[in-house]
Design a protein around this ligand. Structure first.
Ligand code: IYR
Length: 224
């Protein structure tokens, strides 16, 4: 395409098919080692690593390239304590019945409860916000598109980047999550999407057997 709005693609790397096959196998082997972890060490992680992972998330494909996301990386022990206090208060209601029987039954094999000590132990909490619309510099609203899809893909990139860097994560969605907007002082056009906990695993970290049970390819894919 000859278009004055475009630049030639110069950073594509073509691998020979055999190498491509090997790379796909290696990627699968690597991503298979990603587990949601609920026991974190308090070992520190340099801010620059988190910055790089957020930069990677910011390259995600998204609607009209409006990049409808914001990431608040929380390192301050005082703010982490506030997040823990609020999240645990909301989660208590959830686990004491608000979730409903069926949902609580589904969570049993994971062994989760309202206690979230990792919200203080882990070195980083990354609060992810989605922007239904953006505020332009002149004060005008800019409509955003495919916001959920875009922020979901960026979150996937972020989890992958953190895993690739050598960290473990937990996706946490306390319900309701609106307290995150207040604590992080986010504007009204943003909604909390997810809280990602990132750091090193504790020495006694474990993985629920239930979570290791991944559906085989034949069950999740069809080829026509
Ligand atoms: N947000 C709650 C409950 C929870 C819900 C699902 I779906 C999970 O896969 C795991 C937990 C919590 O974080 O405990």
């Amino acid at each position: 395409m000859h278009d004055q709005n475009c630049l030639p693609l110069t950073d594509f790397i073509e691998y020979p098919p055999a190498e491509m096959l090997q790379r796909s196998e290696q990627f699968y082997a690597g991503i298979k080692r990603r587990h949601s972890i609920r026991q974190f060490s308090d070992k520190s992680v340099a801010r620059e690593i988190i910055e790089n992972c957020i930069k990677a998330a910011g390259t995600a494909p998204n609607g009209a390239n409006h990049q409808p996301w914001h990431f608040t990386a929380i390192h301050s022990p005082e703010i982490k304590a506030q997040v823990r206090q609020q999240a645990e208060a909301h989660e208590q209601g959830f686990y004491q019945g608000r979730a409903g029987k069926e949902w609580l039954q589904a969570l049993k094999p994971l062994g989760t409860d309202a206690n979230k000590p990792y919200l203080e132990h882990a070195p980083w909490l990354i609060a992810i916000f989605s922007k239904k619309h953006s505020e332009q510099e002149n004060g005008n609203k800019q409509q955003n598109y495919y916001v959920h899809e875009s922020v979901g893909i960026a979150t996937g990139f972020l989890i992958n980047a953190l895993h690739h860097s050598g960290l473990v994560t937990l996706t946490h969605t306390p319900k309701p999550m609106s307290f995150l907007s207040k604590i992080c002082k986010r504007p009204d056009n943003e909604r909390p999407y997810m809280l990602l906990i990132a750091g090193y695993p504790a020495e006694n970290a474990n993985v629920p057997k239930h979570a290791l049970n991944k559906k085989p390819l034949a069950e999740i894919a069809s080829f026509l």
